[in-house]
Design a protein. Structure first.
Ligand SMILES: [Zn+2]
Ligand SMILES: [Zn+2]
Length: 233
């Protein structure tokens, strides 16, 4: 009799015939959760990438193995916004469905592996919400500071919101982040930019971090204004 050994999604190598029994074990549940947490962190760090392919226009399409029900709610990639699936497949929502684990439990596991106070030191790509004016990305707050893709901006970080570029650790967090009431471009169309950070930083209580250097990389989320208003409310 031959035994076929297969690798489970949790990383365990098991006999194919005993797969059903294995899926019911505590060991499987524990390892699957750890694997999901590691995948989430690695995808946020850009050391692991969603499984898929780029077409001639540079648009990313996930493979069948990557595809889950949540993906059907994502806007199809376009030439000007080629990474809609790429961005989505790095989110907590998608990883939860990819591994079939509970979202709250996964969040807790991620926090255990990577406490928030370590994020500033290791996470290189953060997210910033900006306004779009005449095709340019500008600061919602001052309406003047321009964020150009690939161009680094430098501003000294000071405590008490005195300086630096404010970012969030997830695109969803940046989309939902409140902006000051006296911001000049509250009503303009807005997007969330993925930015590479560097230099010094200051952490604020509400999950916001100010970095002294940021380089805008790409548009991570396009926000419908209605949705923005709802998030801010
Ligand atoms: Zn398993
Ligand atoms: Zn998905």
């Amino acid at each position: 009799m031959t035994t076929t050994i297969v690798e489970c999604q949790c990383g365990a190598r098991i006999r194919k015939s005993s797969r059903a029994a294995h899926l019911r074990t505590t060991r499987h549940a524990t390892q699957l959760l750890a694997a999901a947490a590691e995948a989430y962190i690695a995808r946020q760090d850009r050391t692991e990438h969603p499984v898929g392919r780029f077409d001639n226009a540079g648009r990313f399409w996930p493979d069948d193995s990557e595809w889950r029900g949540c993906c059907s709610g994502v806007r199809e990639p376009s030439r000007s916004y080629p990474y809609s699936y790429m961005v989505h497949c790095r989110t907590m929502t998608h990883i939860t469905r990819l591994y079939g684990v509970d979202e709250q439990v996964l969040r807790r596991e991620v926090r255990k592996l990577r406490p928030p106070e370590h994020l500033g030191a290791t996470q290189r790509v953060w997210f910033k919400r900006v306004a779009v004016v005449d095709g340019r990305f500008v600061s919602i707050f001052d309406g003047v500071t321009e964020y150009r893709l690939g161009k680094q901006l430098i501003q000294a970080v000071r405590t008490n919101h005195g300086g630096g570029f404010y970012v969030r650790d997830t695109a969803e967090g940046a989309a939902a982040a409140p902006v000051p009431d006296d911001s000049v471009l509250l009503d303009a169309p807005q997007v969330v930019l993925a930015v590479e950070v560097g230099g010094s930083y200051t952490r604020y209580d509400n999950g916001k971090v100010a970095f002294s250097r940021i380089t805008p990389l790409y548009v991570a989320l396009e926000l419908e204004l209605e949705a923005v208003t709802q998030l801010a409310a």
